[in-house]
Design a protein around this ligand. Structure first.
Ligand SMILES: NC(=O)C1=CN([C@@H]2O[C@H](COP(=O)(O)OP(=O)(O)OC[C@H]3O[C@@H](n4cnc5c(N)ncnc54)[C@H](OP(=O)(O)O)[C@@H]3O)[C@@H](O)[C@H]2O)C=CC1
Ligand SMILES: O=C(OP(=O)(O)O)[C@H](O)COP(=O)(O)O
Length: 349
């Protein structure tokens, strides 16, 4: 570590990588060593404008990036030489090949939800298992959907209320930047396997969760929506269930009565709040769409997939870097630096 700051490299400057780079730059205990990628279009040109040190991730990319006029600071090996931790944000299945490269360079590595649990043997959601990641060589920040599942079911579990949960995930078809290249129009596409992979994936973080998920791809690109039916350990009141969610980090209540009636409403709200890229890092849980009937609870929330894993990634860097042993302290530090809220409209604190 350098002057007690963890030096962080980001490999893959796409939807997740560019947000990780910005978030790292905001942390007082981290320094962004640079970013690497293989593309030379507007995405990396903007990174150059932001003053980030840009590296070519492959030999082939070096020539095309130079030819496009990108100010290259070096190759991937040179980036790794000035980093303590690398966050791999390359596309699914590319990342796995990189693991040995990182290990050989003596750099700790963080992967994302497109990779398997087996790649690192540890899957990360800060509020659930930060402590077991401290000092590890690598971990995997689970996907956006799985992160939301662990945050919300973890909240009910911490309150002693969770028996079993069944959820339906209505997934966005593509990310906005690539909507021209792939997408679904005027239909819904059920995922072929039940359970969909997110429920089992949540068990890589909390092994004893009784959870089943079904997923459907829909023809929008803004974010995901989950509906849940949860059997509680005992009859409870609506207020008790709300209190369990309120006590957990990174869950923000939204209300239809505030005009927040759909996925696009919160997307608009984030823009109005001046959030970078309109990002929502919190799970947005509809307070007035939550019902409890004896030992059965029903609720709905939104997962802004492009940003929800960013706070977790920052905490994972702190855990692997070994600079913070208290999970709550890391979560608080991350959330303050990024500006997470418990409620976007009303003062809940
Ligand atoms: N998108 C999302 O909402 C979420 C994604 N994730 C996970 O995050 C990870 C990254 O996904 P995402 O950000 O969406 O991916 P993107 O496709 O948006 O970005 C990946 C970037 O890495 C580049 N790249 C391709 N090959 C290499 C390589 N060999 N070395 C370096 N860079 C390379 C890509 O270039 P090119 O475009 O040419 O391929 C692209 O610029 C995945 O594991 C994904 O599952 C997790 C939560 C949410
Ligand atoms: O939206 C995502 O990726 P995608 O490009 O596979 O749709 C997030 O990584 C969530 O993926 P998940 O559906 O595996 O939880």
């Amino acid at each position: 570590m350098c002057l007690n700051k963890v030096r962080v490299a980001v490999n893959g400057y796409g939807v997740i990588g560019k947000r990780v780079a910005d978030a790292v730059a905001l942390q007082e205990d981290m320094a962004l060593a640079g970013v690497a990628d293989v593309v030379h279009d507007y995405r990396l040109q903007v990174a150059a404008q932001r003053g980030f040190a840009i590296h070519a991730a492959t030999f082939e990319a070096e020539g095309t990036m130079r030819a496009a006029g990108l100010p290259l600071a070096g190759n991937l090996a040179e980036l790794l030489a000035k980093a303590d931790v690398v966050v791999d944000c390359t596309p699914k299945k590319v990342a796995a090949i990189n693991k040995e490269v990182y290990a050989a360079a003596g750099v700790k590595s963080i992967f994302h939800g497109g990779e398997s649990h087996a790649l690192t043997g540890h899957s990360f959601v800060a509020q659930a298992n930060y402590a077991s990641a401290i000092g590890r060589e690598s971990t995997r920040v689970v996907s956006c959907n799985t992160t939301s599942i662990v945050r919300t079911l973890g909240a009910l579990r911490t309150a002693g209320l969770l028996k079993r949960a069944r959820g339906t995930l209505i997934r966005r078809a593509s990310d906005p930047w690539e909507a021209h290249a792939e997408g679904i129009i005027n239909t819904l596409v059920p995922e072929k396997a039940i359970p969909s992979h997110q429920g089992p994936d949540a068990r890589t973080v909390i092994p004893d969760l009784d959870v089943v998920t079904i997923a459907v791809k829909a023809s929008h690109n803004s974010s995901h929506l989950h509906t849940w039916w949860v059997e509680l350990t005992r009859p409870a009141t609506r207020d008790e269930v709300l209190a369990a969610f309120r006590a957990a980090p990174r869950i923000a209540f939204v209300r239809s009565s505030d005009g927040l009636v759909a996925l696009n409403s919160t997307v608009e709200l984030m823009a109005d709040l001046g959030r970078p890229r309109g990002d929502m890092w919190e799970v947005a849980l509809w307070e007035d769409v939550l019902a409890v009937d004896g030992d059965q609870a029903y609720y709905t929330y939104q997962v802004f997939n492009q940003a929800i894993v960013i706070p977790e990634t920052i905490d994972a860097i702190r855990a692997l870097g070994g600079i913070e042993s208290d999970p709550s302290a890391s979560i608080a530090r991350t959330d303050a630096a990024l500006g997470l809220r418990h409620d976007f409209i009303h003062d809940r604190d």
